[in-house]
Write a protein that binds this ligand. Structure first.
Ligand SMILES: Nc1nc2c(ncn2[C@@H]2O[C@H](COP(=O)(O)OP(=O)(O)O)[C@@H](O)[C@H]2O)c(=O)[nH]1
Ligand SMILES: [Mg+2]
Length: 345
């Protein structure tokens, strides 16, 4: 075992016993990437993942306030539909994901302050995650972090993203249950539609339902869902429910938790959970492959051979395809280009 692997192994053992500092270190390792992160992933992916909930939506929609309320509700246990009993959730971890800055900006800082009610609860672990380098970045780091949580025995992870860019939606939707938060107001649900949120939502929340327009927002969402159900979304028979909440006073949050539990029940019952997780792992494998290849491309691009080949292309002595074949020769064995055409399409 390398020293890095030994370190992460002992940190995993400590974190599994409830050592929060060890867990924080492990998540920093994931953020940094590199050899230690690689060793950590090798261990973490052997263990079952936690149940994961993604929360996404425009900045200011109330995601952090909602998450904060949800933590309180979650600690009471999983609601069982139609029955009185609950399965306890002994631990919950929140990852607040900010792709925009490596140093926590105002939004995350605000989140920290807001969630401080739970700071003294040893069963609640809250961590913000920022970008790891540039290639792959958070889209790779967050699933790794979730697996680390699973490996140390955390049964439930909530991933809150800060915005609704492609990356944020990707990160939030790489969870078992994806909650999309919108607010009443002109065009908000339309924007959710445009941002591709309709495809990824398992549950819609209309937060700030204390403000005018909640009913219209619900009508818009339901209409869009009606339209999308006739198209071919692979929903496995699940229609995303629309839940109204007032996160600032907690109204509707219990209902949200019931819907999350209902969605989980739906996934588990039909074997959908396993299939969906396998599908996400395939996407992740693809991302890792692409990230590694891009990394090699960057290395090649920093070399002398690259500059020479580029010069040859500029001077018309070589075409870009010939140049790329020459540069890739040490990485990829020569193969006919896809479709037999130069470069393929
Ligand atoms: N009126 C109203 N304000 C809310 C509600 N939920 C959150 N807010 C406020 O909206 C602002 C943004 O909330 P925040 O949770 O930081 O949003 P985030 O950016 O999506 O995480 C804060 O000032 C909250 O107090 C709500 O249900 N009703
Ligand atoms: Mg927030």
């Amino acid at each position: 075992l390398s020293p890095a692997a030994k370190d992460v192994e002992s940190q995993l053992t400590d974190a599994a016993k409830g050592d929060r500092v060890a867990l924080a270190r492990l998540l920093s390792t994931v953020e940094r990437g590199g050899e230690a992160a690689r060793a950590l992933a090798a261990l973490a992916y052997r263990e079952p993942p936690p149940y994961s909930i993604g929360i996404t939506g425009a900045p200011g929609a109330g995601k952090s306030t909602l998450t904060d309320r949800l933590i309180t509700t979650v600690r009471a246990g999983w609601p069982a539909e139609g029955e009185g009993d609950v399965e306890p959730v002994h631990q919950v971890a929140v990852l607040a994901v900010d792709p925009s800055s490596p140093f926590s900006g105002g939004a995350i800082l605000g989140d920290r302050v807001r969630m401080q009610d739970h700071a003294t609860d040893p069963s609640v672990f809250i961590r913000s995650m920022a970008t790891r380098g540039h290639l792959g970045g958070l889209a790779l780091a967050v699933p790794d972090a979730v697996r680390v949580l699973g490996a140390v025995g955390v049964p439930l992870a909530i991933v809150e993203t800060v915005g609704v860019g492609q990356m944020e939606v990707e990160v939030a939707s790489a969870t078992d249950t994806t909650v999309v938060v919108v607010t009443p107001g002109w065009g908000d649900s339309m924007q959710a539609n445009k941002a591709g949120l309709l495809e990824v939502a398992d549950i819609f929340v209309i937060n700030k339902a204390d403000r005018p327009g909640a009913r219209e927002a619900r009508r818009d969402l339901e209409q869009m869902l009606d339209l999308s159900s006739v198209s071919s979304l692979p929903r496995d028979g699940w229609r995303p429910p629309v839940v109204e909440t007032v996160a600032s006073d907690g109204a509707g949050v219990d209902r949200l938790w019931v819907e999350i539990a209902r969605h989980r029940g739906h996934l588990v019952a039909g074997g959908v959970l396993e299939r969906a997780r396998a599908g996400r792992l395939e996407q992740e494998l693809r991302r890792v492959l692409v990230a590694r290849l891009l990394h090699r491309v960057e290395e090649i691009g920093a070399g002398d051979d690259y500059r020479e080949a580029l010069q040859a292309v500029v001077e018309g002595r070589l075409d870009p395809y010939g140049a790329s074949e020459r540069l890739l020769a040490p990485v990829l064995p020569p193969a006919p280009p896809p479709g037999g055409r130069a470069g393929g399409s």
